[in-house]
Design a protein around this ligand. Structure first.
Ligand SMILES: *[C@@H]1O[C@H](CO)[C@@H](O)[C@H](O)[C@H]1NC(C)=O
Ligand SMILES: *[C@@H]1O[C@H](CO)[C@@H](O)[C@H](O)[C@H]1NC(C)=O
Ligand SMILES: *[C@@H]1O[C@H](CO)[C@@H](O)[C@H](O)[C@H]1NC(C)=O
Length: 447
């Protein structure tokens, strides 16, 4: 807990030791964050300069960072594709580097009574909630874990409980009194005890929240301090807090360069923007957690690209179509859509010189690029991306790439994923009762 959340004196001490020291030592207060208030919770990018979760040694150069994020995306996309085929075990496609597939954004939450603070990762494409518990075998050792024995409100759920029937792969071997379950997350397998305890987010406390207390983990791709699934399934946060928040939330995701907890997660229908552009929210029974929308086209400048409608067609049965995902970094488009976008983009920025590539990006330039406006067109809503959501620049400014790519052709080539870099600095509303997704510009990145 280096930058955010620590008392000021402790923070100063830890800054010197932590990985964000380099970025922040000259200006230590920049990592400071005001407390969360009411149902508004601040969001931190897990790889931002102030994040205590960032492992500096893994990010030696900008190129390495970008490659790493791309690699994580490949694995994430395979994971999203795997959600379609329930029961089949997940096989990661990416290899080579050690994967730390944690989603990009974390919030401060507390579990238990008295409250034990954690930095929990947000994942809009997942339903489960779990935290590493003490005595967990294989959980990330350097991170805090939740100690059930220190909470007076902790309660393991028995085998016959209704919740035990809702978790994936429940197990209640002879003699077991409480329910356990197994699940996969990215390339990791998890075994957890099903339990309930208080979950505090900002000043709200959710009593008897059902979650997994991790007992055993294999693989190293889990968020180190736990996961809060913001998907739409039965045991998700949305379902469990329906009475409190009405299955409605919005977020503003900051850029990964943002220093502090500058993004926000706003829970419940109160305080959401009134006049925002919206598009219908669609559901696929095959992938009930995912937030599908109907993308119908892409415009570059004023020109609507010639893309076959089949590239965007939503199919509830197969899971083809377009989703919004908070855990993928760079937007992926199916082959014909990406090819049309890339070709038009290259035509418009010809003056920037010859095209080069970097990792999974195939449209990069040495030097400055003035991007054309790119508009994602949805039913009833056009979202024009600002330049920061289109381009990724090297630290030194010498390389600039179009920050999107084609869907990996070895995984799910029918799914378009609108990723977090393209959503950043927008308020994105997830309004499940009214079946709509809203977008409005909001600057929530600080640097
Ligand atoms: C983040 O840091 C900036 C200074 O860089 C400061 O102005 C801002 O108030 C901080 N924001 C939060 C949410 O802490
Ligand atoms: C869950 O995982 C544990 C350990 O990884 C294994 O022993 C057990 O058989 C699994 N249970 C089920 C129901 O898959
Ligand atoms: C989106 O842009 C297209 C093409 O410019 C236009 O025809 C359409 O009316 C716009 N849709 C909305 C909802 O503004």
């Amino acid at each position: 807990m280096a930058c955010a959340g620590s008392p000021p004196r402790l923070r100063l001490l830890l800054l010197v030791l932590s990985s964000c020291a380099v970025a922040a030592a000259a200006d230590a207060f920049r990592c400071a964050t005001p407390p969360d208030e009411g149902p508004t919770i601040r969001i931190l990018h897990a790889f931002g300069p102030c994040s205590p979760l960032r492992q500096s040694a893994r990010f030696d150069s900008w190129e390495d960072t970008v490659m790493d994020l791309m690699t994580r995306d490949e694995s994430r996309l395979a994971y999203l594709a795997s959600l379609a085929t329930a029961g089949r075990s997940f096989v990661p496609v990416a290899s080579g580097r050690q994967l730390l597939q944690i989603p990009n954004y974390v919030v401060r939450a507390s579990v238990g009574t008295p409250a034990q603070p954690m930095l929990i990762a947000l994942d809009t494409s997942n339903d489960a909630a779990w935290v590493p518990c003490t005595a967990c075998a294989g959980c990330p050792s350097a991170s805090p874990s939740f100690d059930p024995s220190r909470s007076t409100t902790y309660r393991p759920l028995p085998c016959g409980s209704p919740q035990c029937g809702q978790v994936p792969n429940p197990s209640c071997p002879a003699g077991a009194t409480s329910c356990s379950f197994n699940l996969t997350y990215g390339a990791s397998s998890l075994q957890a005890g099903l339990a309930q305890d208080s979950l505090a987010l900002a000043s709200d406390v959710v009593q008897s929240y059902t979650f997994g207390c991790l007992q055993k983990v294999t693989g190293n791709s889990i968020p180190p301090q736990g996961l809060l699934g913001l998907g739409r399934g039965t045991l998700s946060f949305l379902s469990q807090t329906k009475g409190l928040y009405g299955a409605t939330f919005s977020y503003c995701l900051p850029s990964f360069k943002s220093l502090n907890f500058s993004g926000t997660l706003r829970l419940g229908p109160v305080g959401q923007p009134k006049n925002m552009k919206t598009t219908p929210l669609l559901s696929s029974p095959r992938r009930s957690s995912l937030y599908y929308v109907n993308m119908i086209g892409i415009r570059v400048g004023r020109r609507v690209l010639d893309i076959p409608p089949s590239a965007f067609t939503f199919d509830a049965a197969t899971g083809a179509g377009t989703i919004l995902d908070s855990g993928t970094m760079f937007t992926r488009l199916v082959a014909p859509a990406y090819a049309a976008l890339r070709d038009e983009f290259r035509r418009r920025v010809k003056a920037a010189g010859p095209v080069t590539s970097l990792g999974g990006f195939d449209t990069c330039y040495n030097g400055a690029v003035t991007p054309p406006g790119i508009t994602l067109m949805f039913t009833g809503m056009n979202v024009t991306l600002p330049p920061d959501n289109i381009l990724i620049h090297s630290t030194a400014g010498s390389i600039t790439c179009l920050a999107m790519a084609g869907a990996p052709d070895n995984v799910n080539s029918v799914l378009n994923v609108v990723a977090n870099m393209q959503q950043q600095n927008h308020r994105v509303l997830f309004d499940v009762p009214n079946a709509r997704i809203g977008f409005a510009r909001e600057a929530c990145t600080t640097a």
